[in-house]
Design a protein around this ligand. Structure first.
Ligand SMILES: Nc1ncnc2c1ncn2[C@@H]1O[C@H](COP(=O)(O)OP(=O)(O)OP(=O)(O)O)[C@@H](O)[C@H]1O
Ligand SMILES: [Mg+2]
Length: 456
């Protein structure tokens, strides 16, 4: 059984620290939030067992936070912390779904008993629940939207990966769904009750990556005022998602390799080996073969990570997935915007089917969200779509009545635009895709007056 996850929602850092220390001594995995917003963000990605919510938060009451938490994930057991003078509030909190309340100043012996009792109830609640609205459900294979055989293959690999504990390497362009695949693997695996932690490597300063991943002893580097638990340790019993693994510095690649081989790691500043039962899922949108040729990525690490390789194809190579994804996002954003949008016009769908989606599913999702904001009726129409997408398809409509020479020109312009978009506006790449020299491409861009920023 993995450690119970407990979330503390408290805006006073000292009080939060005190509660955290007491819970960690009992070996619970503790998460911290200083506001309702932060609490919901955490609940969205970690299956939480208990939420300890302070009544008096900055600008909001703990009661509304509890209500929001339960809406998000009804499987969490909330507890209210309140000052002695405010017992009515505690009663109100219980009416709204809190399981119990704790009076300040906290008597920790009693507090830990309440936690143990809440966990017991939590276990029963989980067992009887059909998991219908739970987080696991949100990322279950059922919510994996696709129609194409390419994605069927991906879904098959996801289910294989979920059943095994092997390390997984996910590759794919930006926005193609790498995160989504990683979460689906976690929440369909037997680790689903454990934590799912993600580290986006390029977002960390190079000097902090090691302590963030492996932890650090107090005083091991300037600024390490107290012992820091690393993500490898915190994700024990669950899954650690290493996003953009191609950016991991070489000396840390050695340490990650060591962990994958021996299941052991060291905190920064310590020579004591630690163990963690964590499953590694790594992702990259860079070409690791190329990085290996340039000696920026270790081949031995590559082979260790690549036990199961899942490539998420770009959306333009699986256009059959566009209609079901549009449907899925219409339902999501129609509800979010409080509208009654049910469908998309055939013309608007055709426009989408012709577009190349350099930003993949994320871009499609943004387009549908924006359309839902603009749409007043029951169906999204072409006028709700961004202008640059329509332009790319309108070219084709005008062409039909024109002389051959102009039609050839229109075709050339369209293909050049498409190649530029698909290559992320990198001319050398676009030229290669078109089978012409870069000089020829520059020449054509000039004579056809194709704007540098062709999205607008
Ligand atoms: N099969 C799918 N069904 C439904 N939604 C999906 C699917 N795949 C991806 N999405 C949604 O598309 C968006 C982009 O996916 P995700 O964040 O996983 O992309 P990514 O490959 O990790 O991108 P990046 O390289 O930029 O990190 C997310 O909002 C995700 O929920
Ligand atoms: Mg991602």
């Amino acid at each position: 059984m993995s450690k119970a996850n407990i979330l503390i929602v408290e805006d006073d850092p000292l009080q939060r620290k005190l509660i955290k220390e007491n819970l960690e001594r009992e070996d619970y995995a503790v998460f911290e939030a200083s506001s309702g917003r932060e609490a919901l963000d955490i609940i969205d990605v970690h299956p939480m067992d208990i939420a300890v919510v302070d009544f008096k938060l900055d600008g909001e009451t703990g009661i509304s936070v509890i209500v929001d938490i339960l809406k998000r994930n009804p499987l969490v057991t909330p507890l209210m912390v309140t000052a002695f003078a405010n017992i009515e509030n505690a009663v109100e909190a219980i009416k709204k779904g809190a399981y119990d309340y704790i009076v300040k100043p906290i008597d920790f012996a009693k507090f830990l008993l309440v936690i143990a009792r809440a966990l017991e109830r939590q276990r029963l609640k989980r067992e009887i629940s059909l998991l219908q609205d739970s987080l696991a459900e949100k990322f279950s294979a059922k919510n994996f939207v696709f129609n194409s055989s390419r994605m069927e293959e991906v879904a098959f690999l996801v289910s294989k990966a979920a059943k095994s504990g092997a390390t997984v390497l996910i590759s794919g362009e930006t926005g193609a769904g790498k995160d989504f695949v990683a979460r689906t693997i976690h929440f369909s695996s037997k680790r689903k009750e454990g934590p799912y932690l993600a580290v986006n490597i390029p977002s960390l300063p190079e000097t902090l990556i090691e302590s963030e991943l492996f932890g650090a002893e107090k005083g091991s580097f300037t600024g390490a005022y107290e012992r820091k638990t690393g993500k490898f340790e915190a994700a024990s019993g669950g899954t650690l998602f290493l996003d953009e693994i191609g950016d991991l510095p070489l000396q840390l690649q050695v340490k990650l390799l060591r962990f994958l081989q021996e299941k052991e790691f060291y905190r920064l500043g310590s020579s004591k080996p630690l163990k963690s039962d964590v499953r590694i899922v790594a992702a990259t949108n860079r070409d690791l073969d190329l990085l290996m040729k340039e000696e920026k990525f270790r081949p031995d690490l590559y082979y260790r990570l690549n036990v199961i390789h899942i490539h998420v194809p770009p959306l333009r190579e699986r256009k059959e997935d566009i209609p079901p994804l549009v449907d899925h996002f219409i339902r999501k954003y129609s509800e979010k915007e409080g509208k009654n949008i049910e469908e998309i016009s055939a013309e608007a769908m055709n426009t989408l089917l012709k577009y190349s989606f350099p930003g993949n599913i994320r871009e499609l999702e943004n387009i549908v969200e924006r359309a839902a904001v603009f749409c007043d009726g029951k169906a999204i129409t072409s006028t709700d779509l961004p202008v640059f997408i329509k332009e790319m398809s309108e070219d084709e409509l005008v062409e039909e009545g024109l002389p051959l020479k102009d039609r050839v020109k229109a075709l050339e312009v369209r293909e050049i635009k498409r190649a530029l978009l698909e290559s992320g506006l990198v001319k050398s790449k676009a030229a290669r895709a078109l089978g012409i020299t870069e000089r020829m491409l520059s020449y054509k861009i000039k004579i056809y007056k194709i704007p540098a920023d062709i999205k607008h």
